[in-house]
Design a protein around this ligand. Structure first.
Ligand code: ZN
Length: 339
């Protein structure tokens, strides 16, 4: 190969390796609150994902047309007024507590779910379960666990820079230098957070049956077997600092408990075992036993492969299991939240 071409290829490879993680789909608690309100008016039947996609815009237009508001698909002041008690009050305009309901409460429930603190259905009603999730979140962030969502709690929940800060070795709660490799080559489908009416506790990689799965980092395999709660064939690897990674729906497992692995060590092959409608890898990162968003912890170069449109809802089999997942369970029976 001519030296010049080799240089160009090397430069391209370097750029790809350094490419930052693709930005996650833009979401907002206000869009989630709008989706909750439009569900109640029977204009919207999609998931509460906080993303202003085509279905949400179409639902907004439907509602606007019925109320003789200019159908621009944007939930402005008139549209919010027409939504009545579900369209108010704005997020941040009061300290939310048990008994409150409305737009701001739906936004709060969505933000808690994004952080991995499920409060039952996102429905705009502040009940005991929302209060419990809020207290758990507050104590995890070192805030006064009073179950009241005031200014400081909301600021912490809305802090979009937390991701960037947690990249620093001396980050806050849950922060640290622990980073993971992408476990499979291939695109990312469903991300972490509310998806399809449930809390999605990991990332889904819709890759072909039999794709090689590599350990996301150095650690020890602590579980390699069948899980009856929906994960199917499951591998769990323990890493340092209280981190674990989970690899679910595998066709077969090639590691065993006690094996020491490094990043990239083969641990199994992609399948569709457990509650799954097609081959994909469900990948979780857990810290102190709780699922957290893996994306901020994926190394940039391994987090940037994206394509679209991708299959999603791969764990929505119609099986009815709406029970909330218990906080700690044995790996063999841990439950994957259902759609
Ligand atoms: Zn999944």
């Amino acid at each position: 190969m001519p030296p010049f071409r080799r240089l160009v290829l090397a430069a391209v490879a370097a750029v790809i390796a350094l490419a930052p993680a693709a930005p996650a789909q833009a979401w907002s608690p206000d869009v989630a609150a709008l989706q909750v309100a439009l569900r109640a008016t029977h204009d919207y039947s999609g998931g509460i994902d906080g993303v202003a996609g085509p279905r949400t815009k179409a639902a907004t237009r439907r509602f606007q047309r019925r109320r003789s508001i200019r159908a621009d698909g944007v939930a402005g002041a008139r549209t919010r007024r027409a939504l009545g008690r579900r369209g108010r009050p704005p997020l941040g305009s009061r300290a939310m507590r048990v008994g409150h309901e409305g737009w701001d409460v739906a936004g709060l429930q969505f933000l808690l779910a994004r952080r991995g603190f499920t409060s039952g259905p996102i429905d705009g009603g502040f009940g005991a379960r929302t209060g419990g999730a809020l207290r758990r979140y507050q104590s995890s962030r070192g805030l006064a666990a009073d179950g009241v969502a005031g200014r400081s709690t909301l600021a912490a929940l809305r802090d979009r820079n937390r991701r960037a800060r947690s990249r620093r070795p001396s980050g806050g709660v849950g922060g640290g230098p622990v980073r993971f490799l992408r476990p499979v080559r291939g695109p990312l489908g469903d991300g972490f957070g509310p998806r399809w009416g449930r809390m999605h506790t990991g990332l889904d990689f819709p890759v072909p049956q039999g794709t090689r799965v590599g350990a996301a980092g150095r650690g020890v395999t602590t579980f390699a077997g069948y899980n009856s709660g929906g994960y199917g064939n499951l591998v769990i690897i323990r890493h340092r600092d209280g981190f674990e990674t989970w690899y679910a729906h595998l066709a077969s497992v090639t590691t065993r408990p006690g094996e020491r692995v490094r990043g990239g060590t083969r641990i199994g092959f992609v399948g569709s075992t457990g509650r799954s409608t097609g081959p994909h890898l469900h990948f979780e990162v857990r810290h102190a036993g709780r699922p957290i968003d893996p994306q901020p912890r994926l190394l940039g170069a391994s987090a940037s492969v994206l394509a679209g449109p991708l299959p999603s809802g791969l764990e929505c089999t119609g099986a009815r299991d709406r029970r909330p997942a218990p906080p700690t369970t044995s790996p063999a029976t841990a439950r994957l939240p259902a759609c």
